[in-house]
Design a protein around this ligand. Structure first.
Ligand code: GSH
Length: 212
């Protein structure tokens, strides 16, 4: 098997790939990076990830830098039990779960920008912060408590990471809370968390929306 390398920032979307690799039991090299030291803008990293982001991923000669694509690739090449193939029962639910994670991800990215990345409060929009938290909370209503496609799959890796990040911004309701507990109970999730590295993005447990 080709050598797998993962460029990773703790707590970021590259956690999805780290978790999937642990689910698969693949051997891989983990290269820890930071969002704050300009290393993601170095020419050698831009050659792997033109937008200068993580995850970046090499599987032999195959280079990918989109977490959803990497999850699909890993399932396709190494873990058919972690996907529902074309024509398989549960395929629509699998696709829905995999892509619905991006609906959650859009709100998470906005909330992370406002609460964490924009350090000067004058640059933040309290209206957007409140709106995005509400929209995230509503969107989480469609997640859990069961796995997206019946059995655990990479759709749950994508969704599970989103719910794990979402608990920083909203109080999880019943279905999503149970879903996250089921993700956290998985030994692969726990191994990935142990390898994640020191907190890089979320230094607080909870970032409440600004008061009106
Ligand atoms: N859609 C991409 C998003 C990747 C992404 O935006 N990663 C963030 C961390 S969560 C990043 O690397 N940010 C660094 C930057 O924008 O400079 C994916 O899921 O792989």
């Amino acid at each position: 098997m080709a050598v797998i390398r993962l460029w990773h920032v703790a707590q970021s979307r590259s956690f999805r790939v780290l978790w999937a690799l642990e689910e698969i039991g693949a051997e891989y090299e983990l290269i820890r990076c930071s969002l704050f030291d300009r290393s993601l803008r170095a020419p050698e990293h831009l050659a792997r990830s033109p937008a200068g982001r993580v995850p970046a991923f090499e599987d032999g000669a195959t280079v990918l830098c989109e977490s959803g694509a990497i999850l699909a690739w890993l399932a396709e090449t190494r873990a058919p039990h972690l996907r529902v193939a074309e024509g398989g029962e549960g395929r629509p639910a699998f696709l829905q779960g995999l892509h619905y994670a991006e609906t959650l991800g859009a709100h998470l990215a906005n909330l992370t920008q406002h609460h964490v990345v924009l350090r000067d409060p004058a640059m933040r929009s309290p209206t957007v912060m409140r709106l995005e938290a509400k929209r995230l909370e509503n969107a989480l209503g469609a997640v859990g408590p069961g796995w997206a496609a019946g059995a655990f799959s990479v759709a749950d890796v994508a969704l599970g990471y989103a719910v794990w990040a979402a608990q920083r911004f909203v109080s999880l309701q019943n279905g999503a809370a149970k879903y996250l507990a089921a993700c956290e109970a998985r030994s692969a999730f726990q191994r990935a968390l142990a390898k994640d590295g020191p907190a890089e993005i979320y230094l607080r447990d909870f970032y409440p929306p600004p008061e009106e």
